[in-house]
Design a protein around this ligand. Structure first.
Ligand SMILES: C[S@@+](CC[C@H](N)C(=O)[O-])C[C@H]1O[C@@H](n2cnc3c(N)ncnc32)[C@H](O)[C@@H]1O
Length: 305
């Protein structure tokens, strides 16, 4: 069993120093060099203070608004000099500024293309003249899938088949006296539960999921599949009492791991297992790890409580 997966995601508070490092090149437009020079004079405490504790999507939205205003000012200036900016050019200018701002305040790297192409994509989609109800429907579907991700920062992505198989090897040995209990915290589409319930019918399986559409899909999957030893609940993992389970499985994100660790420490029974897919707990090395040969080269982190 080996480990080897990078588990930390840069937070808002750590990045300005990185930004300063990366911006220190000479081959850049003059305005950018001036702006960077000014930014480097701003104390880190003030840069961090702007966005400390703010959920990244809220920060991203604020930066989009600010970038839009900056692009409007740029457009007005350009037209004052006799240059007219088309809508798409405006959208790209605004996106570029939003991505630049996002980089500077230290939003994780994967936000940059989203910030860059958000407005151009919106303008492009509007050019088709689709009925507004389509946009509403798309919004509602995404809302039902991702629900409170903007707050929890735990989106939906699924454990691989290899992770299911590795989990099977971690389940307690078959016992004539009692069935073991397993819970999937944030059970998504119910894949983990359905697989294990079939592979090891001597266990009792539970899942808790907060997003409505994945919950509904997993509820149907388990109900229609006739899994008698398996159940999913709609709700928050934070209101579940972990003392009821022999194995607790979580595939979340780096954000809730510290809190999950504290909850597990205070609630889980001695000898029970906490297994986290991909995300470690800073400062608490696992007792064991399983490196998975799956698409993401995931690692299972295992703690015996
Ligand atoms: C990365 S997915 C993992 C899905 C599934 N466990 C698997 O391994 O395939 C994380 C899931 O946790 C759910 N989630 C996030 N925060 C939650 C919370 N506080 N309570 C319950 N579910 C939550 C998300 O909606 C998402 O479906």
């Amino acid at each position: 069993m080996t480990s080897g997966v990078a588990t930390s995601m840069p937070g808002l508070s750590t990045a300005p120093a990185t930004v300063a490092r990366h911006c220190g090149t000479t081959a850049k437009p003059k305005f950018l060099a001036v702006f960077t020079a000014w930014w480097n004079t701003v104390p880190d405490s003030r840069k961090n203070g702007l966005f400390t504790g703010m959920p990244p999507p809220v920060a991203a939205l604020l930066l989009q608004g600010t970038a839009c205003l900056a692009a409007l000012a740029g457009g007005a200036l350009a037209s004052w000099f006799g240059y007219a900016i088309g809508v798409m050019h405006f959208a790209f200018l605004s996106g570029l500024i939003a991505a630049l701002f996002s980089r500077m305040v230290g939003l994780p790297g994967w936000w940059l293309p989203i910030q860059m192409f958000f407005l151009p994509a919106l303008v492009w989609a509007l050019s088709f003249g689709l009925p507004p109800s389509w946009f509403l429907a798309a919004f509602l579907i995404l809302l039902a899938i991702y629900w409170s991700t903007f707050r929890t920062q735990v989106p939906l992505y699924l454990s691989s088949h290899k992770a299911w198989q590795a989990l099977e090897t971690l389940l307690p040995a078959v016992s004539a006296e009692k069935n073991f209990t397993f819970v999937d915290l944030g059970s998504g589409m119910g894949g983990v539960l359905a697989y294990l319930a079939k592979a090891r019918p001597d266990g009792r399986y539970q899942g808790v999921e907060s997003a409505p559409l994945p919950f509904l899909a997993s509820w149907l999957r388990i109900g229609l599949g006739g899994y008698r030893n398996c159940q999913v609940k709609w709700g928050s993992l934070w209101s579940l009492d972990l003392s009821h389970y022999d194995v607790v499985y979580a595939y979340l994100s780096p954000v809730p791991m510290e809190r999950l660790w504290l909850k597990a420490k205070s609630e889980m029974r001695p000898g029970s297992l906490l297994v986290s897919n991909t995300f470690a707990v800073p400062g608490h090395p696992p007792h064991d790890t399983i490196a998975l040969d799956d698409l993401h080269r995931s690692t299972l982190y295992i703690w015996r409580m």
